[in-house]
Ligand binder design. Structure first.
Ligand code: XIL
Length: 372
């Protein structure tokens, strides 16, 4: 499969020759360790050409440093990891800081990559000034007015360049019974803030695909709360095009059934599905920040590595089954070195969640994902 689409997607004689050389050399040795030169010929985005786009979350340093080579070779979509969040991009009232976002957008356009905008409304990395007026809490009208101005300014700046937006991030509660997370947006505006964000985003760019994005929504309880939220938005006639299943997973979850059930459930609403922030921790999921404990191992043991290979294999196999529902799968970073999981939620604990190791070499999991 990968060889077939590699040839088709590459299309050039050079690619055909390289592929032929690979096939000849590979026939002498079937083993594909991460140091195998044969691995050089595998290209993630080509292997998935007939399935879905393959994205990576990127920062300024990704496009300026060595990771840019991997990015251009293996990915055909990018998500700015931090540059477009309200805090970084709109640090003060009337002040926008476009430098980093512009560089990322220009890079992606130069290299014919899709751009997924992240994120217009979130309670973290927020533009905190929005929530107060002269030392008192903002009123609902003030906050929604600021939200509208923010959404219009950001979305219209990149109109025609950024085709899809995470409009609202993480509005659903981790635990029941309420659907909504009680965050600062909710405290000031109540449930309306989610709906209003989608309305403003649609007004700002009627062509853009609008996503609701959240984590742990493959877990059945939270999945159902997200489902109810999306169903009621659609029922009210609000333009929502898709759901972003973040995909901050681990070698322990999700199960295949959870993944299938979530994709089926969300797409039953007529929504596109994306896996927007895929990474696979080698530790159990934790929410709260803490320091690494004395004696806590952070080695990539053979056991953890084997579980990761099996889990990546299961996940991509399953996602391929739903290629008609899934528009893009985005990894949250390029190499293990640059992953946020090295400092979050546990400070000082190394993690190994992506498909390329700290030196930028393809990992065993990479080969499982591209060879099918
Ligand atoms: C993370 C980034 O990866 C980090 O660099 C940053 O310090 C914190 O945010 N859910 C999201 C992403 O929607 O924006 C978060 O990204 C990870 C969790």
């Amino acid at each position: 499969m990968s060889k077939k689409s590699f040839g088709i997607a590459g299309g050039s004689i050079v690619v055909v020759i390289i592929t032929a050389v690979y096939m000849i050399t590979a026939s002498g040795s079937k083993s594909k360790s991460s140091s195998s030169p044969a691995g050089e010929d595998r290209v993630l985005k080509n292997a998935y050409n007939d399935y879905f786009s393959i994205g990576a979350a990127i920062n300024g340093h990704t496009i300026e440093g060595p990771d840019s080579i991997l990015l251009m070779k293996h990915f055909n979509s990018v998500t700015p990891e931090n540059a477009l969040k309200p805090g970084p991009v709109h640090p003060e009232e009337g002040t926008y800081s476009w430098g980093r976002a512009d560089r990322i957008v220009n890079f992606a356009l130069r290299h014919q990559m899709r751009i997924h905008g992240h994120v217009l409304v979130w309670h973290e990395q927020a533009a905190d000034w929005m929530f107060t007026t002269g030392g008192r809490p903002a009123t609902k009208e003030e906050l929604l007015g600021r939200m509208k101005e923010h959404i219009f300014t950001v979305v219209q700046r990149y109109k025609g360049k950024i085709g899809a937006w995470d409009v609202v991030n993480e509005a659903v509660a981790d635990n029941g019974p309420d659907i909504f997370r009680h965050n600062i947006w909710y405290d000031i505006c109540g449930e309306d803030y989610v709906k209003q964000a989608f309305i403003y985003a649609h007004e700002a760019d009627p062509q853009a695909k609008l996503y609701y994005n959240d984590y742990n929504i493959i877990r059945p309880d939270k999945r159902e709360r997200a489902y109810e939220l999306l169903k009621s938005l659609l029922y009210e006639g609000v333009q929502v095009d898709g759901v972003g299943i973040q995909g901050h997973w681990s070698i322990y979850e999700p199960s295949e059934k959870e993944l299938r059930d979530a994709i089926t459930r969300f797409s039953s609403l007529g929504l596109d599905v994306q896996i927007t922030e895929l990474d696979m921790s080698v530790y159990k999921w934790e929410k709260d920040r803490r320091d690494k404990r004395v004696g806590e191992s952070d080695d990539l043991t053979p056991g953890r590595e084997a579980q990761q290979v099996a889990q990546y294999d299961m996940i991509f196999k399953t996602l391929r089954d739903y290629k008609d529902k899934i528009d893009a799968v985005t990894l949250w970073g390029v190499t293990d070195r640059s992953s946020w999981l090295n400092y979050s939620p546990v400070r000082g604990r190394k993690n190994y969640p992506l498909l390329f190791d700290r030196e930028g070499k393809p990992k065993k999991a990479f080969y499982k994902v591209v060879d099918f």
